[in-house]
Ligand binder design. Structure first.
Ligand code: BV8
Length: 235
């Protein structure tokens, strides 16, 4: 591995697959009968808030049944040890990176364990089922709380911070994502344009594999600890 100082890691649903959380676009799919693009949109929520709340309530409840896997733990080890800059940008809305100990972390698509009140614009932790009549802890409005999740057509979180990190990184690692969703799927191009070495770890070639300098096909639980071992060995 050539000289590395600043690292950006992008993760997708594939890093949580070995913990038992469903991915989005596998044949069995995350939400039988619905493409995620249908239920994860403001229009889908307006059309059928009950369906969308059920989708997110089920996924929030599932978090209590799963634990981080070796890939999350390896990234947390890297985070704790790496002397240069590091930013883990996750598309995932689960809390497995945090539970493994990651600190330099951004959830660009929001978090299952947070709610957003459309009456007062407040955002807050939310671990229980939400449903259509949830009461906002900040303003007491009932029925105006939605999941604090970035849906299609909505602005992802911390775009500036992510772009800044991409422009100054010399290693960009993409783990467990199909490269189907933007702007995340375009990050490899930004990093490459700014001179970074780009590495992909995925169970199968993604839509963006051709853009990577190196593609490591395999399970995140095996390949991420291996890559982290290579990065930490010279320290
Ligand atoms: C935006 C909600 C403007 C959270 C998600 C028309 C109007 C507006 C926008 C658009 C438009 N047309 C296109 C767009 C852009 C749109 C988009 O990209 N659409 C796609 C369908 C073409 N994007 C947006 O709307 C975004 N916002 O553009 O705003 C803007 C633009 C630029 C700058 C600022 C603002 C918002 C996107 C966020 C949408 N929200 N979900 C949730 O419910 O979880 S997206 C959804 O897909 C999830 O968030 C998920 O994270 C994301 C990506 O999926 P992956 O994580 O990659 O999961 P997937 O199942 O696809 O793949 C898993 C991979 O893992 C597979 O390759 C598999 O092989 C691998 N794998 C499996 N097991 C393992 C493994 N790998 C390793 N080890 C294993 N064990």
């Amino acid at each position: 591995m050539p000289e590395v100082r600043n690292i950006v890691v992008l993760t997708g649903a594939g890093i949580s697959a070995e913990s038992g959380l469903a991915t989005f676009r596998a044949e069995d799919g995350l939400w039988e009968g619905h493409r995620v693009e249908e239920v994860a949109t403001p229009a889908g929520f307006a059309a059928d808030p009950g369906l969308v709340h059920a989708f997110y309530d089920a996924r929030r409840a599932r978090l209590g049944e799963v634990v981080p896997n070796a890939a999350h733990e390896a990234l947390a080890r890297l985070d704790a040890t790496w002397p240069g800059e590091l930013l883990i940008v996750t598309q995932n809305v689960d809390d497995l990176h945090e539970r493994a100990g990651a600190k330099r972390l951004v959830h660009m698509h929001g978090k299952l364990l947070r709610g957003w009140c459309l009456a007062c614009d407040g955002r807050f932790g939310w671990a229980a089922p939400m449903g259509e009549e949830a009461v906002c802890p900040a303003c007491d409005a009932a029925g105006a709380v939605r999941p604090d999740i970035v849906w299609f057509g909505e602005m992802p979180y911390e775009m500036e911070r992510i772009e800044t990190a991409l422009r100054s990184c010399d290693l960009f690692v993409s783990i467990g994502t199909s490269g189907a969703v933007y702007p995340a799927a375009g990050y490899v191009q930004t990093a490459k344009y700014c001179g970074a070495r780009t590495v992909e770890i995925n169970l199968a070639p993604s839509l963006g594999s051709v853009m990577f300098d190196e593609v490591r096909i395999g399970r995140a639980g095996v390949e991420v600890p291996r890559l982290v071992g290579e990065l930490l060995a010279p320290l």
